[in-house]
Design a protein around this ligand. Structure first.
Ligand code: NDP
Length: 450
């Protein structure tokens, strides 16, 4: 067999070509550290440079977004769309509006999305986009003007068979509505060019719930595989946005007890449990009143608020990080392991740092990585695309069944590729990466050198 470049050679190249993009390096390393051992005896993937090609986005679009605030000031932000890979379907991935958005973060997300979308079994490639715009504290009219200006450039790069964006941090139903309205106005067309749309104009039932529900289903499948269940388990959840609140809801449906939720200012700990009524109050607080999680303690006296902290020191059985990247560092993982956490299901993208992931795997904690555990959202987005293309609307029951089946299908693929010889343990990180890789890589081989 010919000598192949080592993972170190490969990573040196990635770092050289993408200087300073630390989140992107982290994501590429996390995937390739499991892919390189898998392809060691499969020369075709080396010969055709599949990993180097997947780690170089097909295209990156960067543009100015100019808009006017309520006081009449001219504001300038930077917009992006990273079209990472369309080997198995149109680019697909969310749009993030957050002041921290930069090229490194969007390239990491677009790269991850490629493997995640492959795992769903649906025909979707990987992409991601966004802007360094902070919707917090902006009026509805300002958010509308920003979204319209963002779409004034983005519209020429997307389409229902080209690239289909969706929501992410800072982009929910309101923002999707403003962007879809502008796209329709610019193109005079009505198609499924965005997902996460309102039900009145082509959205799918259960899309808002899908990512959070899916993360809980994935945990349920990991536990079932070892003869256990969510019922009766104490759960710590971070975030209080779309993913976190619906994960909390499904945990309660399954008989678990939710102890925490958070935002970027701090977390609340409610020893009595955050039940469905309290979760609905939070959904209303966050989506309609755009309030802060600290307000929860004024409403529910059983809770305490911890300013500037994350919930990982609260003793629990299961953890659901659902806020943002790198929110669990090594000391957090060590505290969780010491406190007896048995399972982690990543609702957010890359919420666990690399050394924290290793600590969980080393301690045999069931660890569901984001690209598997949070794939429920993009799966229902894929189903929204199918409904739009066929001009039909599926009923909630049908969609619930599809989502549950897709999550079990992803879990099965992880079992297939994540078995650890000589042990009963499953390495879900390896399983998800390899299963996601194989489909994309084989499609790329079929196309030759393009
Ligand atoms: P939302 O904007 O609805 O909520 C994000 C939550 O995370 C908020 O509570 C926010 O607090 C908190 N948060 C954001 N940034 C930070 C930070 N730097 N430190 C601490 N807390 C933070 O976003 P989503 O729920 O949609 O997304 C959450 C995660 O899930 C992201 O990683 C996203 O990529 C991932 N994801 C989302 C999908 C979806 O369908 N929406 C699909 C798959 C993955 P605050 O209000 O203070 O900013």
């Amino acid at each position: 067999m010919a000598d192949h470049p080592t993972i170190d050679d490969f990573m040196d190249g990635v770092k050289r070509r993408n200087p300073g993009e630390t989140e992107f390096h982290q994501a590429v390393y996390e995937v390739s550290s499991t892919i390189y051992p898998y392809i060691a005896d499969k020369p075709k993937y080396h010969k055709w440079e599949i990993m180097r090609r997947i780690a170089e986005p097909d295209r990156v679009i960067i543009f100015r977004v100019t808009w006017q605030d309520d006081a009449g000031n001219i504001r300038v932000n930077r917009g992006y769309r990273v079209q990472n890979n369309n080997a198995i379907g149109p680019y697909k991935g969310g749009i993030r509006f957050h002041p921290s958005v930069n090229l490194s973060i969007l390239k990491f997300l677009g790269f991850e999305q490629t493997f995640k979308n492959s795992l769903t079994g649906l025909p979707m490639g990987g992409g991601k986009g966004g802007a360094d715009f902070n919707p917090k504290g902006k009026s509805d009219a300002e958010v509308m003007r920003f979204c319209q200006s963002f779409m004034n450039e983005l519209y020429r790069h997307i389409g229902e068979d080209i690239d289909v964006p969706a929501g992410d941090i800072g982009v929910g139903g309101r923002e999707i509505g403003y962007m879809f309205g502008q796209w329709k106005r610019l193109t005079s067309r009505f198609t499924g060019v965005l997902t996460g749309k309102g039900l009145e104009y082509g959205g799918s039932l259960i899309r808002p719930e899908a990512t959070g529900y899916g993360a809980v289903y994935f945990m349920e499948d990991m536990l079932k595989n070892i003869g256990d269940a969510i019922e009766g388990k104490k759960c710590i959840v971070s975030g209080s946005g779309n993913v976190a609140t619906f994960a909390a809801q499904k945990i309660v449906h399954r008989g678990g007890k939710v102890l925490t939720l958070s935002d970027s200012d701090g977390f609340i700990f409610d020893e009595a449990g955050i039940d469905l009524e309290k979760i609905n109050w939070i959904i209303d607080l966050k989506t309609k009143r755009r309030g802060r999680i600290s307000e929860y303690t004024q409403q529910f006296k059983s809770a305490k608020y911890f300013e500037g902290q994350r919930p990982w020191n609260v003793p629990a059985d299961l953890a659901f990080p659902c806020a943002t990247q790198n929110e669990i560092a090594l000391p957090d993982a060590q505290a969780m392991i010491k406190n007896g956490v048995k399972g982690v299901s990543e609702g957010a993208n890359m919420p666990t740092s690399q050394d924290a992931v290793h600590a969980f795997l080393h301690a045999n904690v069931l660890f569901g990585p984001a690209k598997a555990a949070n794939a429920g959202g993009v799966s229902v987005s894929g189903l929204e695309m199918s409904q739009n293309a066929a001009h039909i609307t599926w009923k909630e029951g049908e969609l619930q069944v599809h989502l549950r089946d897709i999550m079990t299908g992803i879990h099965d693929k992880c079992l297939q590729y994540g078995g650890m010889p000589g042990t009963k343990h499953i390495n879900y990180v390896q399983g998800a990466n390899v299963a996601g890789f194989v489909k994309v890589a084989d499609a790329m081989l079929a196309f030759g050198v393009v």
